[in-house]
Every structure is written in structure tokens, then in C-alpha cells.
Design a protein around this ligand. Sequence first.
Ligand SMILES: Nc1ncnc2c1ncn2[C@@H]1O[C@H](COP(=O)(O)OP(=O)(O)OP(=O)(O)O)[C@@H](O)[C@H]1O
Ligand SMILES: [Mg+2]
Length: 307
Amino acid sequence: MSHFAIEAKQLTKKYGRQTVVNKVNLHVKKGRIYGLLGRNGAGKTTIMKMILGLIPITSGKVAVFGQNIEGQEKRIYPRIGAIIETPGFYPNLTGTENLQIFAKLRGTAAPNAVKKALEVVGLPYKDKKLFSAYSLGMKQRLGIANAILHDPELLILDEPTNGLDPIGIAEVREFIKKLSVEHGKTILISSHILSEISLLADDIGIIDNGVLLEESSMSELEKRNSKYILLQVSDVPKTILTLERQFHVKDYSVQDEHTLRIYDTSLDMGEINKTLILQDITVISSGLCNDTLEDYFKKITGGEGIA
Ligand SMILES: Nc1ncnc2c1ncn2[C@@H]1O[C@H](COP(=O)(O)OP(=O)(O)OP(=O)(O)O)[C@@H](O)[C@H]1O
Ligand SMILES: [Mg+2]
């Protein structure tokens, strides 16, 4: 059994001569929240649509629950809940009535499915308010309630917090987390907001210009963003020797022929500078650095950041 809920191999989408999704290898592990992060036009929606079979795949493959979707749609799609575009709700019906219709259409068996779904997203059951009078936040919630009506194992949510205010975003984040932690759902969520993804996702994929630049766990990414001392010196090998012998430094990395990163930030830099100078090593600069996730994203997308 595959431990991936979704596995895309060399997934590619072309519109005419334009390649909008380019050989993407995506791995969404079961039971985890996977955040697909990318700026506008990066290709997030297109990837999700291909996974859901809403648009044809140009080349490559997608497996859902370890099975190629082609020819297996009827077996696989009932196990997925999705919001890609705002679903067409009836404006002159209440939220509850709308969900009751969708539940019937989908043949959802559980009698209290509507009530349960509304509960999860924090909307009142059998409320009199018509959909046309809903705020944007309520509409988004109803969309998610609709996606979870049939209790799917996998949720695909395309920018579910789009247009919400900060409180709304925090609330949606909370119940998405709950769906993962308490209900064991696997969730693929997209966003162009870094802070949102970093607060929610267990794993993250960064897409830019149709290319998946990076895929890793959030904890791994955070480690990469630890504090360090950046040391620029005239002679790196000699500096390393001194650091190892006199200061017992073990955790460091060489960035280039003049630059070192030392991850033990409790070291006395004054003392180190003095010692290096005495050894005839020129210290060009030294200082404490704290790369944030944002810096990292800027670096790998080669642009001005995402959030
Ligand atoms: N039907 C289409 N025909 C031609 N080009 C398309 C079509 N749909 C999407 N594209 C292009 O594909 C690229 C990726 O679009 P996509 O909607 O996947 O981006 P996105 O990451 O979801 O962006 P956003 O954050 O704005 O939702 C864009 O350049 C878009 O213009
Ligand atoms: Mg999109």
C-alpha cells in the first residue's frame, strides 16, 4: 500500500505552447496537511484540477490512494472532497437547505451528514438566513461544509481562505487543523500566503512558474531557518581548524571560499575574532543571522517574496 494519498509524477499541463505546470512530482502523505504555496498564476489551481480530473493532463501521471485515476474515477472521487471554484449554491435557500440538496444529489447516506458538516465549519444548523444574505466568510464555510458532506478521506481545498479577514482566516485554519488531527483527513491546500501555510501545513510544496521548486516537511524547513553566525574570513580551512581545535565547534557549514556558517550561536564572537586575527586570518565580517522562512522563499523563487 502506498503511503501517499496523492502522488503526481512528471505532471505537466500545456495550454498551446505555454507550459503552465511543468513535470511536477508531488507527494501528499496520508493523514497530513500539505500546503501548496505559490504566487498568482504559479499553477496551483491547474494542478488541483488535474488531480480531480476536471481538466485533461497533458503528460505525466497522478495516483490517488495508490491508484492511477484514469479509469478509476468512480471509485476514487467519492473518497475526495474539494473546493476549486465556489460551488453554485442556490441564493434563495438557506445554507442547510443547500447542503441537503447536495447531500441528496451525492447520495450521502448518513442522515445527520448536513448537521455534522455545518458543525465542523461553525455554521448554525437549520438557520433561517438565506445564502444570498451570507457574508463571504459564511459562503467559504458552506463551501467547505459541502466538500466534507460525504465524509471523504482526502480534501482538496484551493485557497479556502481567499478574501477572509484575519479572524475568519484563523477560524478556518482551526477547523482545517481539526479535520486533520481529530478526523484523520488528508488535506491538500493551496495558498499564496506564506504565513497561512506555515501555520497550517505539515508538509509544503513551493511552486513557481509551473515548477515545483521544493518539497519538504515544515519542521525540516524550520530547521533550515535556524540562527547562525555568518563569518567571512580570508582563509576558511585555517579558520575551521582553529574553530574546531580551540572552540570545539562541530556544527558549521562552508558557504563559499570566504564564508562560513556556524550554528552554535552561544559562542563568544569577540574571543573568536581575536584568536583568528592572532593567527593571521583576516576577519572580513562576522555577525548573527536569523534567516526567516520568508527570506528562504524569496531566495528560492528568485523574487520579491510571496506573502
Ligand atoms: N484555460 C486556460 N487557458 C490558458 N491558460 C490558462 C488556463 N487556465 C490557466 N491558465 C494559465 O495557467 C497559469 C497557471 O494558472 P493557475 O490558475 O493554475 O494559477 P494559480 O497558481 O492557481 O494562481 P492564483 O493564485 O491566481 O489562483 C496561468 O498563467 C494561467 O493564466
Ligand atoms: Mg488558483
